[in-house]
Write a new protein. Structure first.
Length: 444
């Protein structure tokens, strides 16, 4: 037999079958230990009363029998017929009926016949032939005495409970499985490369966490795809300008070499190589994150970088502080500091750039402050996206490649650090790197 493939059907059937088996077992226990003993006891009491009534009727004087028959009719609803009467054929399949015959046979040690039934005043009566001494007494009782049918009631209850369990389990499982079905469909859509809307984060805690994790993963995947598109578009755009200049230089040098054109071509090649190198840093950053941390003096690292930048931009304010020794990836910190200083030089309007360092209990904060035009508040997040530049001309000399701050953000994400920015228009910007201690243990 082929098993259903749907999780909804499997779970519903499992719950329904399990509960139905339990109900059937409970019904069997109730029948064997409660209904059947009560019915057998009731049949025995009924048979004893009818036998006693027949024996008493036979032993009474003839003139006292009518009074006795009236009492039986009034108090026990039993009827005695001395002579056989025409009866209708009886066809009864009833638990009490069978127990009653067993009780008569047990007390009389001989079979007892139930010849038939009759109807009086729209009341159905069952008649039993009871042999007493030399007499055969017919005693009748209303069918209402045995009309309640506990097995039928139990069966109806079991059937109703089965239907209720089926509906309840179906609705319950449907409510639980629906988020999983939505997740399955969303996963298939994501696998096909389609844009997937966020799932609703409702329901049980586990399902809510699952939906939240999927939404976060979906957002990261979409961001990676968007970054890839932006990356390729930015590379193709930024490479087009130096390539065009190289073509022009080659055409001009066909007749006569020109040292200035050769130098310009070399500058274009260096610009292209720099752009490709920064792009590769975005692509292989996770491999660099696996390098072991080293205990370094952060003041010394900052001092070395400041000396290099002061050769071209002297207006950098930095005073070396007492030793600040931390466990950190020196390559990552060096790259972040270089990009922050380069960004400050590009947008600092030739004004002073200051560097600050503060060591706290659980972190070290490195800040680079410029006095440039500032960053609009609505763009403080966009500046960390690849190839986004406030300077829209895409001139590498005036606005950089647009990858510096993107590399800063990615390195911070890889190492568990944080980069923050505070900026005021026409007053400048402050970029702060928060290096949390112990984050090397979280690097994948």
């Amino acid at each position: 037999m082929k098993q259903p493939s749907s999780l909804f059907v499997r779970t519903s059937l499992t719950i329904f079958i399990s509960l139905f088996i339990f109900l059937a077992f409970a019904a069997l226990v109730v029948f064997q230990n409660l209904i059947s003993p009560i019915a057998r006891q009731s049949a025995g009491d009924m048979a004893a009363l009818m036998l006693l009534s027949a024996q008493t009727w036979v032993e009474l004087p003839v003139e006292a029998r009518p009074r006795f028959e009236i009492e039986l009719k009034q108090y026990h609803r039993l009827y005695i017929a001395e002579q056989p009467q025409p009866l209708d054929k009886i066809d009864i399949h009833h638990l009490f009926y069978n127990y009653l015959l067993e009780a008569f046979e047990k007390r009389l040690n001989q079979p007892v016949i139930i010849p038939g039934q009759s109807t009086r005043n729209e009341t159905r009566f069952i008649w039993v032939d009871i042999p007493i001494a030399e007499h055969t007494i017919q005693i009748g009782f209303p069918y209402s005495h045995i009309e309640p049918n506990p097995p039928r009631v139990l069966f109806l209850l079991l059937s109703g409970a089965a239907v209720l369990i089926f509906l309840t389990s179906t609705l319950l499982v449907r409510h639980l499985i629906l988020p999983l079905e939505n997740l399955s469909q969303a996963t298939l859509q994501m696998g096909c490369g389609n844009v997937v809307a966020p799932l609703e984060e409702t329901g049980a805690r586990e399902l809510t966490q699952l939906a939240r994790s999927f939404n976060q993963m979906n957002a990261r995947v979409q961001q990676l795809l968007d970054n890839r598109t932006t990356l390729f578009a930015g590379i193709s755009h930024d490479l087009r300008t130096p390539i065009s200049r190289l073509h022009l230089a080659l055409e001009l040098m066909e007749d006569k070499p020109d040292r200035e054109l050769i130098q310009a071509a070399r500058s274009d090649l260096e610009e292209m190589n720099h752009l490709i190198q920064q792009t590769l840093e975005l692509a292989v950053g996770k491999k660099q994150a696996r390098k072991k941390y080293q205990i370094i003096d952060l003041n010394r690292l900052i001092t070395d970088e400041v000396k290099k930048f002061r050769l071209e931009y002297p207006a950098i304010i930095w005073s070396e502080l007492p030793a600040c020794r931390i466990s950190v990836s020196p390559t990552a910190v060096q790259r972040i500091l270089q990009n922050l200083l380069h960004n400050a030089v590009c947008y600092g309007q030739s004004k002073d750039i200051s560097i600050g360092l503060e060591q706290q209990d659980d972190q070290v904060v490195l800040c680079v402050t410029d006095q440039g035009k500032g960053i609009p508040q609505e763009k403080t997040k966009q500046i960390f996206e690849p190839f986004f530049r406030l300077e829209q001309s895409r001139n590498a000399q005036s606005g950089g490649s647009g990858l510096g701050l993107a590399i800063v953000r990615q390195l911070c994400d890889l190492y568990g650090w944080e980069i923050t920015v505070q900026s005021e228009l026409n007053e400048g910007s402050v970029f702060c790197l928060h290096i949390y201690q112990g984050t090397e243990e979280t690097i994948p």
